[in-house]
Structure formats: structure tokens, C-alpha cells
Design a protein around this ligand. Structure first.
Ligand SMILES: [Zn+2]
Length: 294
């Protein structure tokens, strides 16, 4: 099982520190933001200890394609109302693609964005224009469009919308998909029948385009369009269904990344990864963490 989680990237060890954190949780994959997700301040790549990180991954049998980069959610490529937001999305996306390439990662996860005061079709058109305005797509890097919950005016909560974006871009070889179990459940898909979900994905997008899975439970009922992640087995999808996703043979080569909430101030990933690998759910350990950490 290729399992990882969202990890921090911070001074002084940067990417090397991120890999160390993932290894400490028993992960063989990881996902990081190249800086704070809510702003665009970034360190120069020379500082990020990339060579050391690569070496550490190799020593631990981890593949570079399982180190995922997530673009900050401040980027909104669907916004056609404010030209300055659109310009920022283009410029930042260009620099983020270069950073992803410099790190040696293959996949940059991107939220398609929100159409705000326009409409869905305008939003989709705007995203395509924005992605086509990017000057340089580095070799070996794909933008993975993430399936969204459909909260507010979010674009990308149906596979059809993702397929429409992918059909509109000038260089489709630089695009793929990241599927988030919490988001698709919130959007109305039935994660407890994951093979059914994969069949639909295959029919509308094509399974060869699926490169990353975000493995999260959801605090809300299926179809709620809220987007609130829950710890494994603490939400409406349940541990059994999420374990079935993690062990599904049709996506065994794909990294499953946990973005479940911290419990108190502590990351739950070590326990959640252990449970997924063993297939045995241990609610007590998560409850104990909650009691100890408030
Ligand atoms: Zn995301």
C-alpha cells in the first residue's frame, strides 16, 4: 500500500524534514505545500535541501512520484471577475510548476477554483484560458486537478466538469486528476461502492489519468457539499470503505494521501496509516488522543 499524508515543510530542513516526518509515521508517500497554503511567499529552491531529501527517500525505498506537491488554495484559476486574482493565479502557477520540477516531483495538485459571481460554464472556460496562458509546462510534471466537494461556487465537483477542463487545455499531456474521497462523497458519489466510482471515473475521464488519491473521511452526509474532513472511521464514509479504497487493486500504484484533521494539536497519521496497513480499526487510540490533547 502506498500511503502518505500531508506533512509540514519548514526551516531548517525543509523537504528533507518533510520526508523525515513522513517516515516517522510509517508512510511511503507524502504531500507538501511549498509554503503557507494561504499566501504566496516562498523560499528559493536552493534552500530546500532537495538532494538530501531525495537521498533519504531512496534509502527508505520511497519513489519520487509518491512525493506530491499541493498548490496553495489562494490560487483561483476560475475567477474571471478580478483581473488581479487571475494574473496572480497564472504567475504563481508558473513559479509553482518550476518549484515542483526542481523538487523532482511529478504531480502538482490544484483546486480548479470557484466561479464566484459568474456561472459554472464561465468558470470552466476561465480555468481553461488560465491554464492555457501558462508559459512553460516543465517536462515530467503534471497538474492534477482535484475533484471538489461543490461548496459554494466551486468548480470540479462532477467528473464531467474535470473532463471538460481536460478536453479544453492545449497540452493535455501535462494534466491528470487527484480524487479526494471526502470531496466526492460530499459531491454525491458513493465511496462505499468504490469500484462503482472507479467505473464512472473510467467512463468519463479515464483511469489512466488518476494519479493521486486524497484519503479522508467526511464530517457530513453524502451530497452535503460542505468539505469538512474527518479522521478515518469518525465520519460518514467509515473505515471499512476507506480501507477498501486504500487496498483497491485498480489503483494500487497510486499514492493515497491522508489530509485528516489533527487531534488536539497532534497529527493522527501514524495511527491512521497503521490501521490502513493492518486493516484493523482502533477507535480507542484516536479517542485517547482526543482526551489527552483536548
Ligand atoms: Zn486539495
Amino acid at each position: 500500500m502506498i500511503l502518505g499524508c500531508h506533512v509540514q515543510m519548514k526551516a531548517p530542513d525543509y523537504v528533507e524534514g518533510s520526508v523525515k516526518e513522513a517516515i516517522a509515521y510509517g508512510a511511503n508517500a507524502l504531500m507538501l505545500y511549498t509554503g503557507a497554503p494561504q499566501n504566496t511567499r516562498r523560499n528559493p529552491v536552493e534552500k530546500l535541501r532537495i538532494e538530501q531529501a531525495k537521498q533519504l527517500m531512496e534509502e527508505n525505498g520511497m519513489k519520487m512520484e509518491h512525493l506530491i506537491v499541493h498548490a496553495p488554495y489562494i490560487i483561483n484559476p476560475a475567477n474571471s471577475v478580478k483581473p488581479e486574482v487571475a494574473e496572480l493565479a497564472k504567475e504563481f502557477l508558473e513559479s509553482e510548476l518550476q518549484r515542483t520540477a526542481a523538487i523532482g516531483a511529478s504531480y502538482l495538485v490544484l483546486h480548479p477554483g470557484s466561479y464566484t459571481t459568474t456561472d459554472l460554464e464561465t468558470g470552466i472556460r476561465t480555468i481553461i484560458q488560465r491554464l492555457n496562458s501558462v508559459q512553460d509546462y516543465p517536462q515530467g510534471v503534471k497538474i492534477c486537478l482535484e475533484t471538489m466537494a461543490g461548496k459554494g461556487t466551486e468548480v470540479g465537483f462532477r467528473f464531467e466538469q474535470i473532463a471538460q477542463i481536460m478536453a479544453g487545455v492545449d497540452n493535455p499531456e501535462h494534466f491528470g486528476v487527484c480524487l479526494d474521497t471526502c470531496h466526492i462523497s460530499d459531491a454525491g458519489y458513493d465511496v462505499t461502492d468504490f469500484d462503482g466510482v472507479l467505473d464512472e471515473f473510467e467512463r468519463i475521464i479515464g483511469l489512466e489519468h488518476l494519479h493521486v488519491i486524497h484519503l479522508n473521511d467526511s464530517k457530513n452526509e453524502r451530497g452535503a457539499r460542505k468539505d469538512r474532513h474527518a479522521n478515518l472511521g469518525m465520519g460518514t464514509i467509515g473505515f471499512e470503505a476507506l480501507h477498501a479504497v486504500a487496498s483497491n487493486r485498480r489503483c494500487e500504484h497510486i499514492a493515497k494521501i491522508l489530509e485528516t484533521p489533527y487531534i488536539g494539536k497532534k497529527p493522527p497519521y501514524k495511527y491512521e496509516i497503521e490501521m490502513l496497513r493492518s486493516g484493523i480499526y482502533n477507535r480507542e487510540i484516536l479517542e485517547k488522543m482526543a482526551n489527552e490533547n483536548g
